[in-house]
Structure formats: C-alpha cells, structure tokens
Ligand binder design. Structure first.
Ligand code: AMP
Length: 456
C-alpha cells in the first residue's frame, strides 16, 4: 500500500508535499520520494525509510518549482529497494515523465512482457513502471489524453499522480479501489490519498477524484476526462476497516465514524453480556471499540498500551521477528485487567500471530475471561489490489473454522462482524465495495503467477 500527495501552482510545492506525505506515512514507511518540476525541468529525491530522516530543508532546496508530488511506499509489488522507491522520473522524447502509484495492477506481467518484446528496458521490478513506458509511447495530443491512452488495457487498482512536463495529472481506476481526493490551497490544486494530508497543509477539500476520472492541472487551468466507470464500483472496504486514518475522509465518508458504526454493529451481532469492560487493540481499533462500548453499554478502558516507536508487527519478514515484536509493541495494564472478564476489540485477524500473542499478554496480566470481537469478517483470500495480505495458506481463517481460530488464539469466545453487517455499516454501503478478501470473489482476472510471486 502507498500514500500519494501532489500540488500544482504553489511557490512552496516541494515543502508542502513533504508536509502532506507526513500524514500519509501510515500508508507506507519503507521509502519516500518527491518530484518537483519547473519550466521544463524536473528533479527527484528518493530515500529508504521514514520521511523525516531524509527530506530536510537542504534537500528540499534542490526541488524548486510550483508543481510537486510525492509518494510513501509499503511494498506490495516489487521488493523493498531504492530502485523501487517512487515517484519514478524519466526523460523521454517529449520531455520528462513522473509517476506515483497506489494500488496493484493485476496484468502488469503481461503488459511488461509485451513492452519488453518490443524493446523496452525496465529499471525496476515495480508493476507501475509499465504505465510510464506506455505513456512514453502514447501518441495523443494532450497529457490527459496520453494518460487515457496509456491506461487502456491496464487492469487492477491504481490511484495515480503523473507528471508530463509541467502538467500534473491525477487518475483513479474505473473500479475506484483506492481513494484520491482533490483540494485547494491559496489557488493551488492539491491531491492526496486521504483528507488528513489536506488538513496538515491547510487545504480545503473540494471533492474525490472520481473512479475512471483523469484530472489535469497546469498553467492552462484544469481539465478532466471521465472514462467509463465500472458498475458496480469496487472501493476497498478495508480502507474503512483498517488502513486509512480515522481523522480522514475516504470515498467521501469519515473513517472514524465508519469504524464506530462497525463497532456498534459488531456489538449488536455479538454482544458480550456479563463482561466487565471493552478495550481496543490500539490504534486502528480505537473507534470500533468505542462503538462497541456505546452499543453494549459496557464501559471502555485503556487496558493495552502501544509503544509508538516500534514499526508494524505485521511486516516483519519472519515469524520469529513478528512474535517478539508483539511484546515490544504492546503492554497490558495489569491493574485494569486483573480478575476481569474483558472484551478485546480488533479490526481484523490476518495470520493470527499478533492476536495470539496479545491474548497471551492479556491473560498473563490476570484477565479472567477474554472475549474477542473483530470489526471485519474472516479474511479468507489474499488481496490482489494493494493491501499487504499474505498467501491464502497463511491466512488463519482460510485454514480454520471460527471455533478453531478461537481455540488457536486462546480466547473464551470469538465473534466476527458479518459481511452484510460490515457493508451496511460503512458510509455509502452496502454496494460498490470490493470484499474479495472476505469472499474470495474477485472482479478481475487473477494476477499471473509471476506477479503473484512479486506480490509476496
Ligand atoms: P494477526 O493477529 O497477526 O493476524 O495481526 C492482526 C493485526 O494486524 C490487527 O491488529 C490488524 O489491525 C493488523 N493488520 C491487519 N491488516 C494489516 C496490514 N495489511 N498490515 C499491517 N497490519 C495489519
């Protein structure tokens, strides 16, 4: 998964891009990059790791121009190396091209093979590089038409920011998998994965970039092209469940309120009568736990504290690394938990590793009973569209029944929200969402074996 931010028509374009990207680090923290362009020339800075460490004022000075855009990366396609850090920036016959991508393309391997067969040389293993090559070959007259031409036949999920010389383009795939919002700041146009990035720079929200829409901004003003949209849409419901920040709006709905509604629905479906209190696995489940507490009438406690200086447990390459990290990342509050029957709310169970470790911690702190409630349905299939879920074999709910999962993670009871309950609780539901990780039903052809290997 990734975060993207761009701005056109501002004297502090690179500085504002850096600030915007700060709010999108939860979408990617492996690498970051910024491209800025002015009058026919463009510069890029890319670095591994968190933004703060590599993009100081000295670096930003080397990024002049009134148009800039950037990317924070969490590798889902292509490995975690500097060659794969985005945005990409290349020179071509008509000037320069830059690109930042959030999502996963499902037919990149085929597209790449056909480009390579006709002479293209690739410099990364990223799926998005195919779009850059197709753009360089497009014959249409305007940048927006060139992008529309390049995207013909590209399948899968993409929210894109593209630079063609001094024109900044924003585009979303026709299914609308990943969010992308447009805002205004001092007359400049701003694009971001989530509204929290508009907030941090002081921009006002204008509207979503629509599924299938291409927006072009340059000195000539703003132009849009609306390509045919998919019906139904396939907006990623997991953005509401887990991925986006609760202070953001995505797909025009509040993420925090969506999570709270999910928690309320979860409490209606799986009440935990007789429990002493509810607590969240912080931070992504805070709002869902609050909703659960409101609906069930149980008090909410902060029984588990998270250390914010530890990276995500989920993306540790080895199981041993993941196990050890649970303890480093979370600490239970004994004084609150001892002797109590507790409801632990989390947004999802993927491999079950973190959850099992957490339940052991909660019991170790003296809890008498642990009732787990999950604000998404069992995840039984990998995501092909940009969320970093592992292969089916590693997904605990794909291998075990709910009773077996409960036993494995060591809880007294386990309740997942239903699919219908989730889809009805999120803003704009119940239709128009991708639920393939919960159902195994995908709206596109599968990625080829090679792309799947790269997805790993
Ligand atoms: P586990 O028990 O190992 O399946 O981990 C579950 C935890 O991982 C939950 O607290 C989720 O909030 C979190 N989680 C879910 N999806 C992801 C993801 N794509 N990347 C990182 N963490 C995730």
């Amino acid at each position: 998964m990734c975060g993207i931010f761009g701005i056109s028509g501002h004297d502090s374009a690179a500085q504002l891009t850096q600030l915007g990207l700060y709010s999108l680090q939860h979408r990617g923290q492996e690498s970051a990059g910024i491209v800025a362009s002015q009058e026919g020339s463009a510069n890029v800075v890319r670095a591994m790791g968190l933004l703060g460490e590599s993009f100081g004022p000295e670096v930003l000075k080397n990024l002049p121009g009134r148009t800039a855009f950037g990317h924070t990366r969490y590798s889902t396609a292509g490995s975690s190396t500097i060659e794969n850090a985005q945005p990409s920036l290349v020179k071509f016959k008509d000037g320069h091209l830059g690109l930042a991508h959030n999502g996963n393309l499902t037919n990149a391997t085929e597209l790449r093979a056909s480009l390579e067969a006709s002479g293209s040389i690739f410099s990364s293993t990223m799926d998005s590089e195919v779009i850059v090559h197709r753009l360089a070959r497009a014959h249409s007259r305007t940048p927006e038409r060139q992008l529309a031409e390049a995207l013909q036949g590209v399948e899968g999920a993409y929210s894109l920011l593209v630079l063609v010389n001094d024109t900044l383009l924003a585009a979303r795939d026709p299914h609308g998998w990943r969010p992308l919002v447009m805002g205004k700041l001092d007359g400049a146009t701003v694009f971001a994965s989530e509204t929290c990035a508009l907030d941090i720079v002081g921009a006002t929200v204008v509207r979503d970039v629509e599924p299938g829409e291409i927006v072009a901004v340059d000195a000539g003003g703003m132009r849009t092209i609306q390509l045919e949209r998919a019906t139904p849409l396939h907006r990623c419901v997991f953005e509401y469940v887990y991925f986006a920040r609760p202070d953001s709006k995505v797909f025009s709905g509040s993420v925090g309120l969506a999570r709270r509604a999910l928690g309320r629905q979860l409490a209606r479906e799986h009440p935990a009568k007789g429990a002493d209190f509810v607590f969240a696995v912080p931070d992504s489940s805070n709002a869902a736990a609050l909703g659960f507490a409101e609906e069930s009438g149980l008090p909410m406690e902060h029984a588990l504290i998270r250390n914010h200086y530890v990276g995500r447990t989920f993306i540790q390459p080895t199981q041993a690394g993941r196990d050890a990290k649970v303890k480093v990342k979370y600490n239970p509050v004994r004084e609150i938990l001892a002797g109590k029957s507790v409801v632990m709310v989390d947004d999802s169970i993927v491999r079950g590793t973190t959850t099992r470790g957490l339940v052991a911690l909660i019991r170790g702190a003296g809890a008498r009973e642990v009732h787990m409630r999950v604000s998404s349905p069992p995840i039984i299939s990998p995501c092909w569209y940009g969320i970093d879920t592992p292969d089916r074999a590693e997904l605990i709910a794909a291998r075990m029944s709910i009773a077996e999962v409960a036993k494995h993670i060591g809880v007294d009871s386990l309740g997942y929200i239903s699919l219908d309950g989730m889809l009805n609780a999120v803003p704009g539901g119940p239709t128009g969402f991708c639920d393939s990780c919960f159902t195994g039903k995908y709206p596109t052809r599968p990625p080829s074996v090679e792309s799947k290997a790269r997805l790993g």
